[in-house]
Design a protein around this ligand. Structure first.
Ligand code: ZN
Length: 414
């Protein structure tokens, strides 16, 4: 059983890596082949120079993604068969005789190790790629402050949560996975409720929308759609990046609408209204509630699975570990599972794209579809999103439909 599981895991890891490399290679090749010409539908709005900048940017990001995928697989091999987890478990067991404390130490050790590997990657992504294409606005100082804040926040929230989960796994009997699921679900809901007012302000400034004309326009739209919120806020996204966005956050009557200041600078009022109507569409069609319910159902399924693996010796031995423990089971599970779930990515992507079309239809009914089209074209242009993704790569990964299809759909070809 142990050897069979080892082989199965290695095969899944290799297949997942091969699939990632093949899709990324196809994507970069497809973009490069269409670099010489702006697609006909976009020739009025996007220059050849802008099109080529987007092509180079997307190819650079794709290549970086391939490198990260390769590194990721090597790290997983080093952790499991390379003995890194076994080594860390030895140190943690030596540091404390309490299983709960040594379990917590092991998880902190693994998080530190993987954090040290991902830090230079995030440094290169921000100051290498984003800066080279003119999108990065963050300074080294702000970057370091962000990292430290993230670390402290992760420790303040993560450590008590992990300790609680480990404790529940040890004391609550064969149905522990159900208890852990209840705690996890409650924690997620609490985060959604607290994020807009407690966490997001640690990283950004949120100020009420000042532009009265725009505000009146937005309020009229919200009223037409029967949407109650705690107000419309502008976030200083331009401190870190010139990429623009808009989103909803929070729960029930505590919902907020947040615009990046960069987005307000890019679009005119009618376009902003159309973008907001699209976001409202997600809300009105219950996409957000559906996504949350799906995530909860999946986490219940995965916790049940972990419940079956926790006491199986082949699960540990098959991944190169000889000292079973609850903390080790958690780590191995999160290390091994992505290799098996990756091939199912298109299911989630296609559900998301269906939701995007539905939100676009809502926006087209509530506002001017032509304005959403012109807003999207500006956003593709200013964010250097490729207009010519590889169709297979797009079907596999993309949460949003490709530019040409999406605009065609908005123009009434449904
Ligand atoms: Zn959307």
């Amino acid at each position: 059983m142990t050897e069979a599981f080892s082989s199965l895991f290695l095969a899944a890891l290799a297949a997942t890596l091969a699939l990632k490399l093949w899709l990324g290679w196809r994507h970069a090749r497809h973009i490069a082949r269409h670099r010489a010409e702006v697609p006909a539908a976009f020739r009025d709005a996007i220059t050849l120079q802008q099109h080529q900048l987007a092509a180079d940017y997307c190819i650079a990001k794709t290549r970086f993604g391939l490198f990260s995928a390769l590194l990721d697989s090597l790290v997983i091999l080093a952790l499991t068969f390379g003995g890194a987890l076994q080594w860390l478990a030895g140190i943690a067991a030596g540091a404390s005789a309490s299983p709960l404390l040594s379990g917590l130490l092991l998880i902190v050790g693994v998080a530190t190790l993987t954090g040290c590997i991902s830090f230079p990657l995030s440094l290169y992504s921000t100051f290498g790629i984003e800066a080279r294409f003119g999108f990065n606005k963050t300074t080294p100082k702000l970057f370091i402050i962000d990292q430290i804040k993230g670390l402290l926040l992760g420790a303040a929230i993560g450590l008590p949560l992990v300790a609680l989960v480990l404790w529940l796994m040890d004391i609550s009997g064969p149905l522990w996975w159900l208890w852990v699921w209840l705690v996890w679900t409650g924690f997620q809901l609490l985060m959604v409720a607290l994020y807009p007012t407690l966490i997001a302000p640690l990283f950004n400034k949120f100020s009420p929308l000042q532009d009265l004309e725009l505000k009146a326009r937005i309020e009229a739209l919200l009223q037409r759609a029967g949407f109650k919120s705690q107000g419309v806020f502008v976030m200083d996204g331009s401190r870190r990046s010139s990429h623009g966005n808009a989103y909803f956050t929070g729960f029930g009557a505590g919902k907020r609408i947040v615009f990046f200041d960069t987005l307000l600078g890019q679009l005119d009022h009618a376009e902003i209204e159309a973008v907001l109507a699209h976001e409202l569409g997600h809300f009105k069609r219950r996409h957000i509630a559906k996504r949350i319910a799906l995530a909860f159902a999946l986490s219940l399924g995965f916790l049940f699975l972990l419940g079956q693996l926790l006491d199986a010796p082949w699960f540990y031995a098959g991944l190169g570990v000889s000292t079973p423990s609850t903390a080790m089971a958690l780590i191995l599970f999160f290390t091994a599972v992505p290799a098996f779930t990756f091939p199912f990515t298109p299911l989630s992507s296609s559900l998301s794209r269906r939701h995007e079309y539905e939100a676009d239809e809502f926006a087209a009914n509530e506002t001017d579809a032509g304005k959403l089209v012109s807003a999207l074209v500006k956003l593709y242009r200013d964010n250097a999103s490729t207009l010519t993704p590889d169709p297979l790569h797009s079907a596999f990964y993309d949460s949003h439909p490709p530019a040409a299809l999406r605009i065609n759909h908005l123009q009434g070809n449904r």
